[in-house]
Design a protein around this ligand. Structure first.
Ligand code: GLU
Length: 498
């Protein structure tokens, strides 16, 4: 008999802004774990914090997930680019589950495991200040715990604002985290947390426990910042009598900056949208953030999504935070781009190119797919993102070359030597048919002609074709710009010596 629990994991973003790179890591971990274990990956929108609610945020988060290839099976999903919900455990948007939470809050009140609290902000503030002055950890002093039923009803009828607090039971709370191991806390250190706010919305703590139970979640992957809240959740599971159904917890170490501090917005790009806009391929971002959370324990560094799924294991997850190193992202990105077809790179980079002046101002013949894919083929091994295409070789987009003798000259060569080299290139290349005008062929012909005096022959040619001090090799440049332009640029260069 197989009594292993069905794997159901959930990613539970709050619609408070763009999808953070750390949230993508959480979602990716859920996704990898679900795929690896034939499980279901659920998305639940945790929108109970109405003050921080940002219109359209869930939609944008879902788009970024879809872009990254982290596809959601159940819950809040995008269908034809519109938000909808699929699955039998809905609604999956917490603001549509208010009655469900109210029922469970009432249950705890009836069982005297929770109580109404009418203390106003002013009183709580003074209480906290007094506690701080006495150097004791701030904690609700339970003033409202012993209000009688009549007192409570009287206050509610009088229209007084209230919250509902969970009464932390005495004793110890113990649970096991898949990364951090056995965690034990003394309940006396825990505050009687609010489970229902004065606006009638549940707090995160109540909603997350009720939903993870009702949605039959088997494993919870989330950021380290929630580890301190987990004992409260464990107690809530217990208070409801759901301890046997409690999911496994797996907290993930923070993503750190180079100074080993938690990565924050002030340091530049931290949202998936930012990295997308900078032209990083999703393959690289996925590879990069996956390895910020776990270590494959082999030499392999470049992974496809499929390989990540195969190799993912909670036992490989790191306790220490991974450092967000942009140079490493750029390197991974380069490695992934190297493996792509030029057609794919073309498709991905075109939107970026279309924003660039050197592309916008280029003659039509330098904007064709055929022409651009040649540039890409030449640049491919150096590209760190899709926004870089053409950037270092803008001469490819012009229809003339600016020439001067000094640029054409190799070291101390005379005018005569330079001109002779150019004439030789002219003769050789004029003889190459259009059909043989291939990258490999041009390299072979020109390298043979250069012999061991490479600079003397190849430098003037390269300068003649590009007008630049730095560029790809003359064979690559000749190949990209084509025979006709190559010949005409060489003769222009020769003319500067006449
Ligand atoms: N809504 C919480 C967040 O945005 C989810 C935390 C959890 O996964 O329990 O971080």
């Amino acid at each position: 008999m197989n009594n292993k629990k069905e794997v159901r994991v959930r990613f539970a973003p709050s619609p408070t802004g763009e999808l953070h790179i750390g949230s993508l890591r959480t979602a990716l971990t859920d996704f990898l774990f679900a795929k690896k274990n034939d499980g279901t990956f659920i998305l639940r929108a945790e929108d109970t914090d109405r003050k921080r609610f940002v219109e359209g945020a869930t939609e944008r988060q879902l788009r970024d997930l879809a872009w990254a290839g982290v596809t959601v099976d159940e819950g809040v999903v995008l269908k034809d680019d519109k938000i909808t919900e699929v699955g039998d455990f809905g609604p999956y948007t917490q603001s549509n589950r208010k009655e469900i939470y109210a029922k469970y809050v009432q249950q705890l009140i009836d069982e005297e495991k929770a109580y109404y609290c009418f203390c106003d902000a002013d009183r709580l503030q003074k209480m906290r200040e007094a506690q701080q002055a006495q150097k004791i950890a701030p904690k609700y002093d339970r003033k409202c715990l012993d209000l009688s039923k009549e007192e409570v009803e009287g206050k509610i009828q009088a229209g007084k604002d209230y919250v509902v607090r969970f009464k932390i039971p005495e004793g110890k709370t113990v649970f096991t985290d898949l990364v951090y191991g056995k965690i034990e806390v003394d309940n006396s250190t825990l505050d009687d947390l609010i489970i229902m706010k004065s606006d009638g919305f549940p707090t995160y703590h109540l909603a997350v426990v009720v939903d993870d139970y009702l949605m039959k979640i088997s494993h919870i992957f989330r950021g380290m910042e929630w580890l301190a809240s987990t004992p409260k959740h464990v107690l809530l599971f217990g208070a409801f009598g759901w301890t046997d159904e409690m999911p496994e917890f797996c907290h993930m170490a923070n993503i750190l900056n180079k100074n080993k501090k938690k990565l924050s917005k002030r340091e530049g790009s931290v949202s998936v949208a930012d990295f997308r806009a900078e032209g990083y391929p999703k393959e690289a971002i996925i590879n990069f953030i996956a390895l910020l959370g776990w270590n494959p324990k082999t030499q392999q560094e470049i992974f496809t999504m499929q390989e990540l799924i195969e190799q993912f294991d909670t036992a490989k997850m790191n306790k220490a935070g991974g450092v967000f190193d942009l140079d490493r992202l750029a390197w991974m990105s380069k490695e992934h781009i190297k493996k792509m077809s030029v057609q794919k790179i073309y498709k991905e980079s075109l939107p970026f190119l279309q924003q660039k002046d050197y592309y916008k101002n280029a003659p039509e013949e330098n904007k064709t797919e055929d022409y651009i894919t040649k540039i890409i083929a030449v640049e491919q091994d150096r590209l760190e993102n899709f926004a870089m295409v053409g950037q270092d070789n803008q001469f490819f987009f012009k229809d003339s070359v600016k020439l001067d003798k000094e640029l054409l000259r190799w070291k101390d060569n005379t005018d005569e030597q330079t001109k002779t080299a150019l004439e030789k290139a002219y003769t050789i290349l004029s003889d190459v048919s259009e059909e043989n005008w291939t990258r490999e062929n041009l390299e072979k012909i020109l390298m043979d002609a250069a012999g061991d005096k490479r600079g003397d022959f190849l430098w003037p040619l390269r300068a003649a074709l590009t007008g630049e001090k730095r560029s790809p090799s003359p064979f690559d440049c000749a190949w990209v710009i084509g025979k006709e332009k190559t010949i005409s640029y060489i003769s222009d260069a020769i003319a500067t010596f006449e």
